[in-house]
Ligand binder design. Structure first.
Ligand code: SAH
Length: 213
């Protein structure tokens, strides 16, 4: 159920995101319309769905903080119809934001139970995204190249496969760092061989897993 109370809470969340510097009208509109409480498994946490915090979902993972979702999405500078690869489907909330913005979304999740849970959830909400259970370090060769790639877990380094699956002119948004904190990097592919990287500050993510089936 999504009632006027939830809608009111979303409006407040949009104001919080604005006050923290998010200005992209389409990103704010997506946050305003997607029922984030549908992405939280434990009904005990429903009240927290519209606070600007991250919290636990299945498989010891987290649903990213709304500010982080909005910040990363804004960095993507998406246009309708773009082909986007997301690494780290998690709850599917970020996926829903990308779909709402008109992207053709491909998303990979490493934890099988989470992949299955989120697949059902998005189908139930009639949100069309292509979900995969697999290893985000490898990207998705068969659907490459992508206009945009978004990584939503903390990567120890920038995986080469992801860089190679970017279109020329495309961008990769990825938090990089092995400790508690990561740097939010935005990598633009300038030509076949040239990439330009910008550092957009410090964030915290769950780690990007290696060697896990
Ligand atoms: N976008 C999600 C964020 C979830 S947290 C949301 O808004 O809910 C990051 C997710 O990345 C977790 O679900 C984790 O299981 C997944 N992940 C970690 N390592 C991965 C890898 N190598 N490939 C794909 N997904 C990975």
């Amino acid at each position: 159920m999504d009632d006027y109370r939830h809608q009111g809470l979303r409006k407040r969340l949009v104001e919080v995101l604005k006050s923290k510097g998010i200005s992209d009208a389409e990103v704010l509109a997506a946050v305003n319309s997607i029922p984030r409480h549908f992405f939280i498994d434990d009904t005990a946490f429903m009240e927290l769905a519209y606070q600007d915090v991250a919290f636990p979902i299945a498989c010891g993972q987290t649903i990213s903080q709304p500010y982080t979702v909005a910040f990363q999405t804004e960095l993507l500078q998406l246009k309708k119809g773009m082909k986007v690869l997301e690494v780290g489907t998690g709850s599917g909330y970020q996926t829903a934001v990308l779909v709402h913005l008109g992207a053709k979304v491909f998303s990979i999740e490493r934890h099988r139970p989470l992949y299955m849970l989120t697949k059902d959830r998005l189908m139930g909400m009639n949100l069309r995204a292509n979900l995969y259970h697999g290893d985000g370090y490898k990207g998705l060769e068969r659907e490459a190249p992508f206009d945009r790639i978004l990584v939503t877990c903390g990567a120890p380094y920038i995986p080469l496969d992801l860089q190679h699956q970017l279109k020329v002119g495309g961008r990769l948004v990825i938090p990089v760092g092995e400790g508690e904190e990561q740097r939010m990097l935005c990598v633009e592919r300038l030509s076949d061989v040239d990439f330009a990287t910008k550092d957009l500050g410090s964030f915290r993510f769950v780690p990007m897993l290696q060697d896990k089936a």
